[in-house]
Design a protein. Structure first.
Length: 316
């Protein structure tokens, strides 16, 4: 199979049939073998009914239905698990991503040899205050923090080699950082393509300012995980050692001062500097223990299921 199109969605009943027909037309024109995997992330409208109707008419359509809304990252994770195509394309279901971009994205993966190609919505039709400005700030911070030089981390239209999506773990709100996750997994040939962005035709956007706040917090998380996720002792142990050493050295100095230089002065326990040094040693010890516990948890953790699937269509 050439292409798997993975489409997470929430309450997009009006756009699904048009999106399916558009994708099918592109695939037929380019003679691709393909599958379309819709992941209904707990929709409360008739989205699953529409997907069921499409699946009954078209064997290329497959569906996954979550019991409730778990988030886009969990939906992508479920779609990646089921994808079988040599190239995996992700796109949003709101018709703002253009399926006509698929052939070129496929070419960049299969012929030009990229591991991942991310779309860049250079010209956007979103509100300037609610999405454009926060998105620019977010993308700047993501580039500086991750070292991945992309202009648009948020674009849902991306293409991957199959082995990439099978070797990354997308959770929380980490769908924004799939290029970073891919880089951390060893897939460093990451490209970017300017893609056409279209104004939303149906419904309303599901993204607000709070999503970007969560995105920045996740950016800090992924920075930490990429640098210390597999060796927490390297961070917490080092901090603990430095703080304990500083506190101990200060306490040792106070002891020498009392013993040799100022024997008639106040007791060490009457000096506030002693409690500062003691607190520093205690905090240093706690940091060290945190690193040690992190190492134990890392070696004993078991993967837990992060979502519950209520129904599936045309999946083996």
């Amino acid at each position: 199979m050439n292409i798997s199109v993975v489409i997470p969605l929430l309450n997009e009943q009006d756009s699904l049939t048009e999106l399916h027909d558009w994708i099918a037309r592109v695939m037929l024109t380019n003679q691709f073998s393909y599958e379309i995997i819709f992941i209904d992330d707990g929709s409360t409208d008739d989205s699953w009914k529409v997907i069921s109707g499409l699946a009954s008419q078209d064997i290329h359509v497959k569906g996954i239905r979550f019991l409730k809304n778990y988030g886009k990252s969990q939906a992508l994770h479920a779609g990646f698990e089921k994808a079988q195509g040599e190239v995996v394309i992700t796109m949003d279901a709101d018709l703002q991503d253009n399926p006509d971009e698929i052939p070129e994205l496929y070419h960049m993966i299969k012929v030009e040899g990229y591991d991942l190609v991310s779309g860049w919505k250079k010209k956007r039709y979103d509100s300037v205050l609610s999405k454009n400005l926060p998105s620019k700030l977010f993308n700047w911070a993501a580039r500086k923090t991750s070292g991945v030089k992309l202009n648009d981390f948020n674009c849902g239209l991306k293409a991957y080699k199959l082995e990439v999506v099978k070797n990354i773990d997308v959770n929380g709100e980490m769908h924004r950082y799939i290029p970073v996750l891919s880089k951390n997994a060893g897939f460093r040939n990451i490209g970017e393509k300017v893609v056409q962005h279209q104004a939303r035709k149906y419904g309303v956007t599901k993204f607000g300012i709070d999503r970007f706040l969560h995105g920045f917090l996740d950016l800090i998380t992924i920075w930490f995980l990429s640098r210390f996720g597999k060796r927490p002792m390297h961070l917490f142990g080092a901090l603990g050692f430095v703080m304990f050493t500083i506190g101990f050295a200060f306490a040792f100095y106070l002891g020498l001062d009392k013993l040799w230089f100022n024997p008639e002065g106040r007791l060490i326990t009457e000096r506030p500097q002693f409690y500062i040094s003691l607190s520093t040693m205690i905090i240093g010890t706690q940091f060290f223990v945190a690193g040690f516990l992190g190492e134990i948890i890392l070696r004993t953790k078991q993967d837990k299921k992060r979502y519950t699937i209520k129904g599936a269509l045309n999946l083996n």
